[in-house]
Design a binder for this molecule. Structure first.
Ligand SMILES: [Cu+2]
Length: 481
């Protein structure tokens, strides 16, 4: 897909400012009712945030402070797998987003900036926040803007944060998630190695391994049928030279999150037993665990000691995801072998991912072609809900200042040929729809003639619009012009 629509940077700024003022007031007064806050906030510091698999250093101070966190949302095209690219929506430029570490009782001041090159507004819903929306309403941020809100980290634990801008599933599905650790007072037990691993699935138009820049596929997302299930944002992000590292004798703690958007992870390390698991990122501990379940939008900490050198394979034990969809990482441990603990020789090779070669190569089913106007409208409605509704909304009413309405649009109804052209080429520049100015960009959506005919026929025959029919022939003729 080419460039997506650039938003007018004015959406809901008034509302955001209002919510912000209220939230900061509540934070400053420390009026949380669920728990008694005994912490006194001394001074302030800038949070150390890290990209996976690195983890910010343990907190050594013995008092609470104001922790200032800067996160930047960015839409970046990057490698999803060998030969496969994807336009990720990110916190910080990579998937998963940067990891944040604070202490129970800290006052966390979030600064969320949306890079001016973004096409979409974004926000942040932090599961560590006590307050409606987890910060989402207070952090709705148009491209080129920054929002600020603060919260007190009342409950220790390992928490997911994610974007919660509509369509929420698409923002999460494009990679907008990360982890925040709220350390309990007194900290966590010391370990030798800490790593940040986060699972997520990607729903691409092409099948697993199909090359090129792959657009998001809403239909597959709705059916929860991802082409890719990966750790840390891409196939192979934790393999080979990028493998996690440890030495024999080390204790290792993995902070494992699951961004979803849909799947639950059966997280397992082949060849290890977790000595301790903090299920669901809370502070009951379980011991001697083989596989721990990590819900979508959840997390867990898993600890183990390395006794035998070799390569340990991180997987989602829903095993086709590991060997065929990418949910496979490695931890390489060096050191003295212990014949007592494990006698055999260690072979990396047998664990190599099977890769694309094993994929089914059956051709995609031929698309069903509409036989009459009623079918055109029916098929067109599906396309509308899958593709257009993300911006123009399911109601066709759009979003003031950002996405023009299609319902009762004088602009749409005035010129069918022009509408066909917009669907083929996209649209940018100043237009007026029902008296309201818009100056933004609609991407060229790379639809087939059949799909354009169907979606426009649906749009023209809904919400009191003019009732035109558009045929694939008309679209094809327009393309030749
Ligand atoms: Cu977003």
């Amino acid at each position: 897909m080419r460039m997506l629509a650039r938003l007018a940077g004015r959406i809901g700024v008034g509302a955001v400012g209002g919510a912000l003022a209220v939230l900061l007031a509540a934070g400053a007064a420390g009026t949380a009712h669920a728990q008694t806050i005994t912490s006194v906030i001394k001074g302030q510091e800038e949070a150390v945030t890290t990209f996976a698999p690195q983890v910010p250093p343990p907190i050594t101070r013995a008092y609470n402070t104001k922790v200032v966190v800067h996160l930047e949302t960015r839409e970046v095209t990057a490698r999803l797998s060998d030969g496969v690219e994807y336009t990720f929506w990110t916190f910080g430029g990579h998937v998963p987003g940067k990891m944040i570490r604070v202490m129970e009782g800290d006052l966390v001041e979030m600064h969320l900036s949306n890079h001016p090159s973004s096409k979409m507004p974004h926000n942040i819903d932090m599961h560590s926040v006590t307050g409606p929306g987890g910060g989402a309403a207070s952090s709705f941020t148009a491209p080129g803007h920054t929002s600020v809100f603060s919260f007190q980290a009342l409950n220790p634990g390992l928490y997911v944060y994610h974007c919660a801008t509509a369509p929420v599933g698409m923002h999460i599905g494009n990679g907008m998630y990360g982890l925040i650790l709220v350390e309990p007072r007194g900290g966590l037990p010391k370990v030798d190695q800490e790593y940040y691993v986060m699972q997520g699935e990607f729903y691409t138009k092409g099948v697993h391994g199909a090359p090129g820049l792959q657009p998001f596929d809403m239909a597959k997302a709705l059916e929860e049928r991802p082409e890719y299930v990966v750790f840390n944002g891409s196939v192979g992000a934790l393999v080979g030279d990028n493998a996690l590292k440890a030495k024999v004798g080390d204790t290792v703690r993995l902070y494992v999150g699951n961004g979803g958007p849909n799947l639950v992870s059966s997280f397992h390390v082949i060849g290890e037993i977790f000595d301790t698991v903090y299920p669901e990122g809370g502070f009951t501990t379980n011991h001697n665990v083989q596989t721990t379940l990590i819900p979508a939008g959840g997390a867990a900490m898993a600890e183990f000691r390395i006794q035998v050198p070799g390569t340990y394979i991180l997987v989602d034990h829903s095993i086709f995801r590991a060997f065929n969809k990418g949910a496979l990482g490695m931890l390489k441990a060096e050191g003295q072998a212990s014949q007592t603990v494990y006698s055999g020789k260690v072979l990396d090779e047998i664990y190599k991912p099977e890769g694309g070669a094993i994929q089914s190569t059956e051709a995609a089913p031929t698309p069903v072609v509409a036989r009459n106007k009623a079918e055109r409208i029916e098929f067109g409605k599906r396309i509308f809900n899958q593709i257009c509704a993300a911006c123009h909304q399911q109601t066709g009413l759009g979003i003031p200042g950002a996405f023009p309405p299609l319902a009762g649009s004088d602009f749409l109804n005035a010129d069918k040929e022009r509408a066909i052209g917009i669907l083929i080429n996209g649209l940018s520049g100043a237009i007026t729809v029902n008296g309201k100015p818009f100056n933004s960009q609609m991407p060229s959506l790379q639809l087939t003639d059949e799909d354009i005919a169907n979606v426009l026929t649906y749009v023209y025959n809904t919400w009191g619009n003019k009732g035109f029919t558009v045929t694939p022939d008309e679209v094809a003729k327009h393309r030749k012009k």
